[in-house]
Ligand binder design. Structure first.
Ligand SMILES: Cc1ncc(COP(=O)(O)O)c(C=O)c1O
Length: 389
């Protein structure tokens, strides 16, 4: 019988790197956020009013966009942007490697979905593959700044300009991300955001569309609220996708500290990069040139050929060391039952398929200390050493 030592994995009875688990994310409200929500509750003005208007103005400004439109959530934001820019039957190129809503809302808008693949090191939509998939029927490119890492905006905009395409950026994970020194709101036809509870700016549910064109903002505004141009005068068909002022007040309050929190995420990412580069077989995200990510998620990938375990076994061992992780995402969209009619496009999106069995996200948020970040890296190195062939 062998006796466990500190260098043994905790799953085998060794001493874990952390006595108690590192928090995976930082969620919740401060006293200031709660006071802001209470102020609205006490006022009785619960519908979208001054708080939503102020959030639209301040968030758009912080993102270098001209106009912001709050809405109920990030899925509604996508529907509003697509509703403003895409016609039924339009062919739209979109990644097979993203969250489902980017694509399911294209289907809901009646678009024909053409999947592009992603780049293995940045995880972002591959511009060369986008260009390959353009046909005479292509009308738009709808891509995600996945994990908070901006896509190669220059390359995508050049393709869009060449072929006369609209560009929608799903920025649900990319609040305050930058590209070539400007906020991502400066680029494309529309950016859509989610303020879901776990997002970098989390209000519970909530969302925003930012645009730089008055006419498009007007169209989206009408779609958001029953096409109403005057009291009970409905110019067009629309939805009720409005935010409320309680959510608006929480968003405004949280926006005060978002830049500082995002900068701390960036420091954590830098420390992760410097340490993970020294761990054989574990690859870290490589941001797109010219980008300054928001680091919603820090997604690493395993070179499985170097290990005797699966990704899930690796993550289970990490968990026992006190390091929770998450898989975004366990399947490429070509394998989602909801998209069975798009499954044949898997043959043209091999990187997305490959990533699904290899990626894992490690803790990243503003409350992590350098000591915790180093401990997470120690745990990854320990597990990698134990499983390396
Ligand atoms: C990339 C992406 N797009 C869209 C959404 C949808 O946002 P919501 O959950 O606010 O509807 C999310 C939320 O997880 C997301 O991550």
């Amino acid at each position: 019988m062998t006796t466990a030592t500190a260098s043994d994995l905790a799953i085998n009875g060794g001493t874990p790197v952390f006595e108690s688990n590192v928090p995976f994310m930082a969620v919740g409200l401060t006293k200031k956020d709660i006071a802001a929500a209470n102020e609205v509750l006490e006022s009785g003005m619960l519908r979208a009013a001054s708080k939503c208007a102020a959030l639209e103005e301040k968030f758009a400004e912080a993102s270098d966009a001209k106009i912001g439109l709050t809405c109920a959530n990030g899925t509604c934001a996508l529907q509003l942007a697509y509703g403003g820019l895409i016609e039924r039957g339009d062919e739209v190129i979109t990644p097979a490697w993203t969250y489902i809503a980017t694509v399911s809302m294209l289907v809901a808008a009646g678009a024909k979905v053409v999947f592009c693949d992603c780049l293995e090191d940045s995880y972002q939509a591959d511009p060369a593959d986008i260009e390959k998939k353009i046909t005479p029927n292509t009308k738009a490119i709808a891509v995600t700044h996945l994990y908070g890492i901006p896509v190669d905006i220059d390359a995508i905009q050049a393709i869009a300009d060449k072929h006369g395409l609209k560009v929608i950026y799903d920025s649900a994970q990319a609040h305050l991300a930058e590209y070539n020194g400007k906020g991502i709101g400066a680029y494309g036809d529309a950016c859509t955001y989610s303020f879901y509870a776990t997002k970098n700016l989390g209000t519970g549910e909530g969302g925003m569309v930012t645009v730089n064109d008055e006419a498009l903002a007007k169209k989206i505004g009408l779609l958001r609220s029953h096409g109403e141009t005057d009291k009970y005068l409905h110019e067009s068909i629309g939805f009720n996708y409005r935010m409320n002022d309680i959510t608006g007040a929480i968003g405004l309050s949280k926006l005060d500290t978002l830049k500082e929190e995002t900068d701390r995420r960036r420091e954590v990412a830098e420390l992760y990069a410097s340490r993970i580069d020294g761990i054989e077989g574990v690859d870290r995200p490589v941001p797109t040139a010219g980008s300054n990510p928001a680091w919603h998620l820090y997604t690493c990938r395993l070179d499985l050929e170097q290990f005797s375990c699966t990704r899930d076994e690796f993550c289970a061992a990490l968990m026992k060391e006190g390091v929770p992780s998450a898989v975004h995402y366990p399947k490429p969209l070509t394998r989602q039952p909801a998209f069975s009619d798009l499954a044949d496009q898997e043959a043209t999106t091999p990187v997305s398929v490959k990533l699904a069995s290899r990626v894992f996200c490690i803790p990243i948020h503003q409350n992590l200390t350098d000591e915790q970040v180093n401990g997470v890296c120690d745990a990854i190195a320990k597990v990698a050493d134990a499983f390396r062939k």
